[in-house]
Ligand binder design. Structure first.
Ligand code: ADP
Length: 984
């Protein structure tokens, strides 16, 4: 805070004026006694001088007047001390007495001069001039007093002189007096100004000294009362000053601290270099702010926040350091870290516990569910079937509860991670509905699934979680609906080039939810009917989990409901699109332009069929009732444009699908029409009925798009037949039309081995079983398989390591490996896929899930990957600017490979590990160079075995090596690379 000096001058002006007045007065009064005495002495001297020339009376009168005036002044001065008047009054008194003395001198002289001779008169004038000159200093404090004296002393003189005569000397004397008076006045004026300035200077100096002292005191108080410890250091790091907070923080008194080296005082041993570095930075102009430790006098270390800066301008080389005690904050941070570590440890323990529990429960459940499913597929007495159905539904319920609890714990612990993998969205929706279709059928509910063709097929997301939410919503819809239908739909609300928003909806015609409960059903453990006598079971966790899962996936699960009319749950999710265009199914071309009639009383079902087949180029016509359908068929046939196929709903009011089929088959005009029956309640004997009625296909609802298209394609490809005997197309025949696969199952648990084997054998596949990863790798090396089912947790070598080993084998590079795991925790699937697996199945699995994965992964034998990546080699060489050398290198490799193989075989036979290693090493480098990775891997393995003198292992590998060399050479000669531009 600075104050403008000019402003400060004006601000002090009245005080300065008063001070000048006071100083003047005191100066005037102080010189009083001397002046008064001098006047008396001088008038006596003058009297002696003029004693002979002047009449006695005049001399005595003059002396008396001056003495009286001086006496009066003395008396007044003495009075003044007692009366204490104001400075103005006092000044007035001074002026009056001065004027009195002046008059006595002036008039005395004026009366005397005419009677005096020139020399006496001159001497008298000199005395008067001396008085006036003396007054310039004795009356310096007051201009007026001096002027009064000047006028009263000098004015009467010219009168006296001129009364003497008007000759030249008199005139000159008068002029001299006037000149003298003017001169003296100038002198006094200058003296007065000097006096006043001096006084003013003194006053201002005092004022600013006071101000400075005040500011000092303020700053001192500020520094003393600030809670931050402050130390000021000089250029030598010696402490110049500290504040009380410093004393309190470090325990040193100011006296102890002053003059000490700060390093020795408070910098802990070992931190000196760092402290000096900080100081250097501060001296370079940086404002240093760091958190460090400093030592208390008692040796304790105190965490402080140190701010240091060079003190500019004022003190050259000085440095101010501020220390803020942050012990409390540090302690809180440490406590927080400890709490977080503990929480993390607890969470980890909890995750591990969940994973283990999941594994332990799922493994036996897998056996229970798998075998029940298998036994249910055999001939059973009704009693047995009912009992087993109960076992199955109870196990499933148990599994659902287990999953819910696991999920809920994971969500609670914020450990639920979503996967982001490519999946077929319509398939997930259909598959989920298919799983629950049985339950809907049992309650005679219509379960419709509507996924229009514009819904992108391959999207990226977490299929398990999408399925889980849908499962929950559809499950609830079926549970809380007694009659009517449950509609499931997924529709695109916005589709961009890279992603699509899909709106999922599950609508039912069930009991509905009372408005007051709508808000709470998403809370965990909450049920609309929570009484002990409630009709519907459940844990009350499903919707809570679903809502959180939808939120995790970026959507919001909402509900609208009306009691007695039904509920509608919906949510919208955004999915990145994996492949922008859906892959056209194989039969698309053969379906284009075909005419089809769908007869179904359910509008939603008709639309689904229309959408699914319409997208394939089929012209779909609709009829809502059996007679309308029959009429439409007849009309079309009559017009010469008969329908190629009629899809009939089995359950229709009045006349059902089978009755309509009977009517159609009874009409010769409609004989060429192929028929497909869709049923939502399969009955025993339906198949036989279909065959008798000449119905070509029989499918159960809800039907997956791919299955419907495949079925329609198969039916249309066959001959239109009105008679029995033709093969009926069913969901099974569609699946079984796929070829039998050779499957390797690697699983250590004997019960699980049996479950999977039984399922796969029944499906017509061949299965070999091994019980650990090492055996799996050996088996792949020895035989050709279409698919491997790989348990992850196995003794000796686990599934991940085994997958690695298989991928390193030439025949294992492109082999589908499906991971089986009882760890149903999130992230497991991603872990499997990144570890090189092609698919993932969580235990316990359903037969159809297993089939879908096994058969889907091996849609016909996969063409083996080329044994050599010639293109990669070529592009590497191209980048190196040596592409023209490629053909030469490959040719040389092709020519020398048989020799190299022979050399290796000879070395192996000779039993010398070292020469085997050398031969393998050289061959390996050559193979690696041209991109024959499989061959190089095999050779690396042989080299490694040779180095460990495991010659039997080398012998075992040799046949595989021969095969691989042959494959590489075959490939090279087929691709023409080995002959290219061969010289000669
Ligand atoms: P749970 O079904 O295991 O009891 P949920 O969290 O799935 O638990 O559902 C909570 C409650 O919400 C149910 O108990 C039921 O009262 C109500 N609810 C859920 N879905 C429906 C539905 N579709 N129709 C009627 N009520 C429903």
């Amino acid at each position: 805070m600075t104050v403008d000096p000019v402003a400060r001058g004006t601000e002090h002006e009245p005080r300065v004026e008063a001070e000048v007045q006071r100083a003047a007065l005191s100066q005037l009064l102080k010189g009083g006694p001397l002046a008064e005495a001098l006047h008396v002495v001088l008038v006596l001297v003058v009297a002696a001088l003029v004693w002979n020339s002047l009449p006695l009376a005049l001399t005595i009168g003059w002396v008396g007047a001056v003495t009286a005036a001086a006496g009066l002044r003395t008396w007044w001065r003495l009075q003044l001390a007692q009366r204490a008047p104001s400075p103005e009054q006092a000044l007035r008194g001074v002026r009056l007495t001065v004027a009195g003395v002046g008059l006595a001198w002036g008039f005395g002289a004026a009366a005397a001069i005419p009677a005096l001779g020139l020399d006496e008169a001159a001497l008298t004038l000199v005395v008067l001039a001396g008085i006036v000159a003396g007054a310039t200093s004795s009356l310096v404090g007051d201009r007026r007093s001096f002027r009064y004296l000047l006028i009263t002393v000098l004015t009467p003189l010219p009168i006296g002189i001129l009364l003497q005569g008007h000759s030249r000397p008199q005139v000159i004397a008068t002029l001299l007096i006037a000149l003298f008076a003017w001169g003296m006045d100038r002198v006094h004026r200058r003296a007065y100004h000097t006096f006043a300035e001096r006084v003013r200077g003194a006053v201002l100096l005092e004022a600013s000294t006071q101000e400075l002292a005040r500011q000092h005191a303020y700053l001192d108080a500020l520094i003393a009362s600030t809670p931050v410890a402050i130390a000021v250091l000089d250029g030598e790091r010696l402490i110049g000053s500290v504040n009380p907070a410093f004393e309190a923080l470090f325990g040193y008194s100011a006296a102890e601290a002053l003059g000490s080296n700060i390093d020795r005082l408070i910098v802990p041993t070992g931190l000196g270099a760092e402290a000096r570095d900080l100081e250097a930075r501060a001296r370079r102009g940086e404002i240093v702010r760091v958190e460090v430790e400093r030592a208390h006098k008692d040796g304790r270390h105190i965490p402080v926040r140190l701010s240091a800066a060079a003190v500019k301008a004022a003190a050259e080389g000085a440095l101010v350091a501020l220390y803020e005690d942050i012990s409390d904050r540090k302690a809180a941070e440490t406590a927080m870290r400890a709490a977080r570590d503990l929480a993390e440890r607890v969470a980890q323990a909890r995750s591990a516990f969940l994973a283990n529990m999941s594994h332990e429960i799922r493994t036996p459940m897998n056996a229970v569910l798998g075998f029940v499913e298998l036994v249910l597929d055999t001939e059973l007495a009704p009693e047995q079937r009912r009992a087993l159905e109960l076992v199955r539904s109870s196990s499933e319920a148990l599994l659902t509860i287990l999953n819910d609890i696991l999920d809920y714990s994971k969500i609670e612990a914020e450990h639920l991670e979503l996967e982001a993998i490519p999946f077929d969205l319509p398939k997930v929706v259909h598959a989920t509905a298919t799983l629950l279709a049985v339950r809907a059928r049992e309650k005679h509910l219509e379960l419709t699934v509507d996924v229009p063709p514009d819904v992108p097929h391959m999207v990226r997301g977490d299929p398990t979680r999408v399925r889980q939410v849908l499962m929950n919503l559809i499950g609830n819809a079926i549970k809380f609906t007694e009659q009517g239908e449950v509609d499931v739909s997924a529709a695109v609300v916005r589709c961009g080039a890279a992603d699509a928003s899909v709106h999922f909806r599950v609508r039912d015609t069930g009991i509905g939810i009372p408005p007051e409960q709508l808000a709470t059903i998403f809370q965990e453990f909450t049920q609309a009917d929570a009484s002990m006598t409630r009709r519907y079971g459940g844990t009350g966790l499903g919707l809570a989990i679903s809502r959180r899962l939808v939120a995790l996936m970026g959507g919001e699960l909402t509900v609208t409901s009306e009691v007695g009319r039904g509920s509608e749950f919906s949510f919208t999710l955004l999915f990145p699109i994996e492949t922008p265009t859906a892959v056209a199914p194989r039969q698309a071309a053969s379906l284009g332009g075909r005419r089809l009639l769908v007869v179904d009383d359910n509008e939603t079902n008709r639309r689904i069929v229309r959408d699914m087949l319409g997208a394939e180029g089929v012209a779909v016509h609709e009829a809502a009732r059996a007679d309308a359908g029959l009429a439409a068929l007849r009309r079309a046939a009559g017009a010469g444009t008969p329908f190629d196929l009629a899809i009939l709903d089995a359950q229709m009011p009045e006349r059902d699908g089978f009755a309509l089929a009977t009517a159609i088959r009874g009409d010769p005009d409609l004989a060429p029409t192929r028929l497909l029956i869709l049923t939502s309640a399969g009955q025993r004997g339906d198949g036989e009925r279909c065959r008798q009625l000449g119905i070509q296909a029989y499918l159960t609802k809800p039907i997956a798009r791919a299955d419907l298209i495949e079925a329609v394609g198969t039916v249309l490809a066959g001959t239109p037949s009105a008679g029995g005997g033709a093969d009926l197309v069913t969901r099974h025949s569609i699946a079984e039309s796929r070829h039998a696969l050779r499957i390797l199952l690697a699983e250590d648990n004997p019960v699980n081995q049996q479950v999977a084997t039984a399922m796969l054998l029944k499906r017509g596949h061949q299965v070999d079983v091994v019980s650990n990863g090492r055996e799996a790798v050996d088996a792949i090396r020895a035989r050709r398989y279409d698919v491997v089912l790989m348990d992850i947790q196995m003794p000796e070598m686990d599934g991940f390591a085994a997958a690695d080993g298989i991928r390193a084998l030439p025949q294992g590079r492109a082999l589908p490996i499906i991971a089986l795991t009882a760890h149903a925790l999130s992230g497991e699937r991603e872990r499997c896929l990144t570890a090189g697996m092609s698919g993932y199945l969580a235990k316990p699995f359903k037969a159809h899930e297993l089939f879908a994965l096994v058969e889907g992964s091996s849609d016909g034998p996969t063409p083996p990957a080329p044994p050599i990546d010639l293109e990669g080699f070529r592009s590497t060489m191209r980048e190196a600017g040596a592409e023209e050398a490629v053909d030469g290198i490959v040719r040389v490799f092709a020519q020398t490979a048989p020799e190299r193989l022979a050399a290796l075989q000879t070395a192996a036979r000779s039993g010398d590990p070292e020469s085997v290693g050398r031969a393998a090493h050289a061959f390996k480098s050559a193979a690696g160079t041209i991109g024959a990775r499989g061959l190089a891997l095999l050779l690396a393995e042989i080299e490694g075995a040779a180095r460990e003198s495991m010659l039997e292992h080398v012998q075992r590998e040799l046949p595989a090596l021969e095969r691989e060399v042959a494959a590489v050479l075959d490939y090279l000669s087929n691709s023409g690379a080995s002959h290219a531009r061969s010289p000669g």
